[in-house]
Design a protein around this ligand. Structure first.
Ligand code: NAG
Length: 235
């Protein structure tokens, strides 16, 4: 009886303590969320302008199936539009590309920009792939340059279909299954807390592929982008 009584007191204070911690974390989370957008240098609208211009240009030049042409022109357009942002343009250097295994899907990527609150990459697959989008703390905009992406959320009996010129916007927190057929390439832009996305990006490497070379390269190249941006005052 006395033991039960003492637990009532100590348990109540323990729960008050946990509730206090949760309130502080929630407050901190809301605050971090509110300041996150103040660090963005690019916007979904601005990137969509460049993207649409690239797709139209490819059509006019008869290069709609030329992935090299599409990637080259979209990166050139972005560099012109955002002269103050640090970008890497050397996508024809194969050593700057790396595999990405996440959520059961496999693709390759070239990082154009990565900072604490934004990233911009070319992502795609030569053979085709299928998997889980991941649960992200960032808003994701997937611009199809070539090929296609199919996606759906549980409950949908029909797939969403994204073709060249289409943008698949995946709001933070939402999850879908997706697939891409062979030779599908996209410009992917994410806004949010990018470092929180990295555990998903490494999960299949750590627990499935054990491809240490790829994990090292991903870490090295991502860190080079993020630190370079921080030193240039871009959070
Ligand atoms: C594809 O585009 C690249 C880059 O502009 C160009 O060098 C190449 O000749 C093009 N290929 C074809 C088949 O037109």
């Amino acid at each position: 009886m006395s033991q039960k009584g003492s637990c009532t007191t100590s348990c109540a204070s323990k729960w008050a303590f946990y509730a206090g911690i949760l309130a502080v974390l929630y407050g901190l989370g809301s605050y971090l969320q509110s300041i996150n957008s103040s660090f963005y240098r690019m916007s979904p609208e601005g990137l969509n302008d460049v993207f649409q211009h690239t797709i139209a240009g490819a059509k006019a030049a008869g290069q709609s199936n030329n992935a090299t042409w599409l990637v080259e022109n979209v990166i050139d357009g972005i560099t012109d539009k955002y002269p103050d942002v640090r970008f890497r343009k050397d996508f024809t250097d194969a050593s700057q590309w790396m595999f990405n295994n996440a959520g059961g899907a496999m693709g390759s990527m070239f990082i154009i920009h990565a900072s604490v609150t934004e990233y911009l990459i070319i992502f795609g697959t030569g053979t085709g792939t299928e998997g889980h989008t991941g649960v992200h703390t960032a808003d994701d905009y997937f611009h199809i340059l070539k090929g296609q992406q199919l996606a759906y959320a549980p409950g949908a009996l029909v797939a969403e279909e994204y073709n060249p010129g289409d943008v698949h916007h995946l709001p933070r927190g939402q999850v879908k299954q997706y697939s891409m057929p062979r030779e599908s390439w996209a410009l992917e832009y994410a806004q949010g807390w990018i470092p929180l996305m990295l555990p998903f990006g490494f999960a299949d490497g750590l627990f499935s592929t054990l491809d240490l070379g790829t994990m090292y390269k991903t870490t090295f190249i991502t860190a080079r982008h993020m630190i370079g941006n921080l030193l240039a005052g871009k959070f």
